[in-house]
Design a protein around this ligand. Structure first.
Ligand code: MD3
Ligand code: FE
Length: 226
């Protein structure tokens, strides 16, 4: 049969009549999803906003209550910033290094976190805290739970940038078997509901050079902390 651009069957070959698909997402827990590449369209606004935050509140390594220096360097923006020192883990309104309030959360951060939460079925997510973690090759985060927040009703949204990481997604006891989830530049993960208190961590980052971010992985963790 000769090519006829007007027949419906030919138009179908180009996919124009397919029904709208739901956002592409991988379910990794009952109420947890990976949104591959979700942050990529926002990067042009996200990276300059990150630079601004880091001028006011540079990355620094912190000490755990047990006296160990974390391999991950931290900063924060938003009303509340997560900190640790010899006296414990907590959220503070001021950056302990400058005594100044943490930098405001840039609009592009908030909009992205809100949209990602919505794509995972969590509406009205309004984080008051964004922890910014910087990993160089070899840096890791041991299995832990996030238990310093005022309420566990809201989800947690995490944005991965730069070098890839192997994320460990555990159970409700430290000894429960973890699943391994590879995370790449631009991926967003949303955890909430019944998964909110699961143990999690990050394996040591492998050597590498990311074309845009260089020799590092940066992760934003959005939370309702207050
Ligand atoms: C899963 N950060 O800062 S992101 C942390 O990649 C932290 O930097 C990791 O764990 C990182 O506390 C992982 C996100 C994350 C945060 C909270 C969770 C994953 C979670 C709570 C429950 C389950
Ligand atoms: Fe955590």
């Amino acid at each position: 049969m000769r090519y006829d651009p007007m027949t419906p069957s030919t138009l179908d070959l180009f996919g124009n009549t397919e029904p709208e698909q739901p956002p592409k997402r991988e379910q990794i827990g009952e109420q947890s999803y990976v949104l591959r590449g979700f942050a990529l369209p926002s990067l042009d606004r996200l990276l300059p906003a990150l630079e601004d935050v880091l001028v006011a509140a540079p990355f620094r390594q912190m000490v755990t209550p047990g006296g160990f220096t974390m391999s991950v360097a931290l900063s924060s923006c938003g009303t509340l910033g997560w900190t640790t020192d010899r006296s414990g883990y907590r959220y503070t309104r001021a950056d302990p290094q400058t005594g100044q309030p943490w930098p405001d959360m840039p609009d592009v951060f908030l909009e992205l976190a809100h949209a990602a939460a919505e794509a995972a079925e969590f509406n009205d997510f309004m984080p008051d805290s964004c922890l910014i973690n910087r990993y160089v090759p070899g840096a890791k985060m041991s299995l832990h739970q996030d238990k310093n927040e005022g309420s566990y009703a809201a989800p947690i949204v995490s944005v991965s940038l730069g070098l890839p990481a192997m994320f460990l997604f555990g159970g409700f006891a430290r000894s429960d078997k973890s699943q391994r989830v590879p995370l790449f530049h631009g991926d967003i993960v949303v955890w909430g509901g019944v998964d909110r208190l699961r143990f999690h961590g990050v394996l040591p980052i492998k050597e590498g050079l990311h074309p845009q971010l260089g020799e590092q992985r940066i992760n934003f963790t959005f939370r309702v902390a207050g």
